[in-house]
Design a binder for this molecule. Structure first.
Ligand code: ADP
Length: 603
């Protein structure tokens, strides 16, 4: 799916960029490298020790029985210290890099334009944050560790071989292009498979999260079989690509081994051939073969590590792609001391996709403190309009003004401070009811303020009956709250925020009369003294509005007060008859019923 064509060297560029995240940890990095160099040195030292011991036997050196064992212990000790320092400090660096990447990704997610979340499923985004980042770890930790350690070993041994007998060593070096070729071919395949595995992981997360969230629909509409098939397909794709990766890995190693062994065989042939007198002593010969043999293992590790590096590069690429996404435009600088909340829409057009207008020629003046009820069929553009105010989207044409100035004149955080939003489906965060009311910038609010907001929003009405009152945990670990109760918490949050502008997206679901009364009073309290744009479904809100704006296909078809519009017998009157004549018989949507019944019977 997502396999961008890469120019040669692209992988290197990505890896180098990944390494820029290593920079802050350069001291640990250097200690790690020194550790591995010490470790690598001990390998060469071991080959040298062999030379010394063989010679010692041949020439019967007197003190070899002391120095030999002593050297062996010293080598082992140095090897242990080098290995520990290398492993620990490299892992320290790599783990920190992953941690930083995750933070950068998350920070970026918080400031990406809302459109990004429409274009990318949450499952795929989550998989980037969890799976892909871990792939980078394996590239950064394991691979870097092995690359440095085994790389240094190979270099150390090669230098030693060159010193011992440079002519024979050249024979050995001559096979390196063949090894390089195998590595190159495998690399390409590793990276391609890495991308596919990531995509398939994203798909697995995506299907799973859809099913966890939509379990009611899946189970009541007989979606079990379809969902099983979808999941099977996603997981199967992952299985297939992962196995292809293993095949490539497992073929890669024997190939390299065969090449190295052939070189080694040639070396033995050349050194032992009676006619080709290399003039090597026994010790030198043993040392040479030992060192050449020792090269095989790190070389093999180096080629094995290639698959992890390529997977890491593929993962890093997808991570950088997210990090490089342009963020929301935020260039305004107007921060007046007082915003009264006058809102004007002038000649406003908006399209999600080029050419498909969702809002067209929208003109509306809302004075400070007024309530405007947006009504209209589903899909008429009400939510879109409300989303333009906090600049979740930018107008295609025309402007939205706050107190006479375009929204883009204000810094985003300042603008959003002026707006409180109560959404239909209230998302509560892990924590207590109090935490959820005094959320975000309001976390330091005084107890009195939080309590006052909770009272005004009729939260206390149910919270006072809970064992820990406002300090009751909500969500998974704590009490489950009904839709109506959640909405009142959201209203309390908006009251506490006390901003001049309020966007109210009323729930469409009908509540019982008791909850309805609480919600209605809470709504009246939160709307009081604020400019309110309500996507209205409640008759009470609509009747009390200063202006009702009837929308159809992104245009205003009628506006005025309730009684006026009814008298006109136009679009509003028709909508009113259709939506509210049967309000008493309206059944609760099935999802609402299921959630409500698990919870308090009082709602
Ligand atoms: P309402 O709130 O009145 O139901 P919306 O503002 O949600 O209407 O939708 C208005 C139109 O915009 C609809 O045709 C809808 O399909 C389209 N739309 C809404 N959100 C998006 C989006 N994120 N991307 C593309 N089109 C969208």
């Amino acid at each position: 799916m997502n396999e961008p064509m890469k120019a040669p060297g692209e992988g290197m560029k990505i890896y180098l960029r990944l390494l820029t995240y290593v920079r802050p940890y350069w001291i640990a990095f250097i200690i790690g490298i020194i550790g591995f160099i010490i470790y690598a040195g001990t390998q060469t030292a071991f080959a040298a020790l062999m030379e010394y011991l063989v010679d010692a036997i041949g020439e019967s050196k007197e003190d070899a029985y002391i120095y030999g064992p002593l050297a062996l212990i010293c080598i082992a000790l140095a090897r242990g210290i080098g290995m520990f320092a290398g492993n620990y400090f490299m892992a320290y660096v790599a783990r920190n890099v992953v941690h930083q990447l995750r933070l950068v990704m998350f920070d970026r997610l918080l400031v990406l334009p809302v459109q990004y979340f429409h274009e990318h499923s949450s499952g795929h985004i989550l998989s980037k944050l969890s799976y892909n980042v871990e792939q980078v770890t394996s590239a950064a930790t394991e691979s870097l560790k092995i690359a440095v350690r085994e790389g240094a070993t190979v270099i150390g041994l090669l230098i030693y071989l060159l010193i011992l007998n440079w002519k024979l060593t050249l024979v050995f070096v001559a096979v390196s292009p063949f090894i390089a070729l195998v590595v190159l071919v495998a690399s390409k395949r590793f990276r391609r498979l890495g991308h596919r595995i990531q995509d398939s992981m994203g798909e697995v997360t995506h299907v799973a999260s859809e099913n966890i969230q939509g379990f009611q629909v899946v189970r009541t509409f007989g979606g079990l079989e379809i969902e099983k098939r979808r999941f099977l397909a996603a997981s199967m794709q992952n299985l297939r690509q992962s196995l292809k990766m293993v095949v490539t890995e497992s073929l890669n190693t024997p190939f390299v081994q065969l090449i190295v062994s052939s070189a080694l065989a040639l070396l033995i042939f050349l050194s032992l051939h009676p006619l080709l007198n290399t003039g090597m002593g026994a010790g030198e010969f043993i040392a040479f073969i030992t060192a050449a043999g020792l090269i095989a293992k790190p070389l093999r590790s180096l080629t094995e590590v290639n698959s992890a590096i390529q997977r890491g590069i593929a993962a890093a690429q997808s991570i950088f792609e997210l990090i490089d996404q342009p963020v929301e435009k935020d260039q305004g600088s107007r921060c007046p001391d007082n915003v009264v909340g006058r809102i004007s829409f002038t000649g406003l057009d908006f399209a999600y996709a080029p050419g498909k207008k969702v809002i067209s020629g929208f003109e509306l003046e809302i004075n400070a403190g007024q309530t405007v009820a947006l009504v209209g069929k589903s899909g008429s553009g009400k939510s879109t309009l409300a989303n333009l105010l906090p600049r979740f989207y930018e107008p295609t044409e025309g402007e939205v003004l706050l107190d006479g100035y375009p929204l883009s004149d204000y810094p985003l955080d300042f603008l959003r401070q002026q707006i409180a939003i109560v959404t239909q489906n209230v998302v509560l965060f892990a924590g207590t009811i109090r935490d959820n009311i005094a959320y975000g910038a309001m976390e330091d609010s005084s107890d009195e303020d939080v309590l006052a907001a909770a009272e005004a929003a009729h939260v206390m009405e149910f919270a006072s009956r809970l064992p820990n009152g406002l300090d009751t945990e909500v969500g998974e670990k704590g009490t489950k709250l009904s839709g109506g109760q959640r909405q009142r918490i959201a209203i309390a949050r908006a009251i506490l925020k006390n901003s001049p502008v309020l966007i109210l997206d009323e729930a469409t679901s009908a509540l019982d009369t008791e909850s309805e009364r609480h919600i209605q009073e809470a709504m009246e309290n939160v709307m009081h003294g604020r400019t309110t744009i309500a996507i209205a479904h409640r008759l009470s809100t609509i009747e009390a509005a200063d202006k009702i704006v009837v929308m159809d296909q992104g245009r205003i078809v009628e506006q005025g007060r309730h009684a006026e519009l009814l008298k006109k017998e136009g679009a509003y009157a028709a909508l009113y008859k259709m939506q509210f004549s049967e309000i008493d018989n309206q059944a609760e949507p099935i999802t609402q019923t299921i959630t409500d019944h698990k919870q308090e019977p009082s709602e």
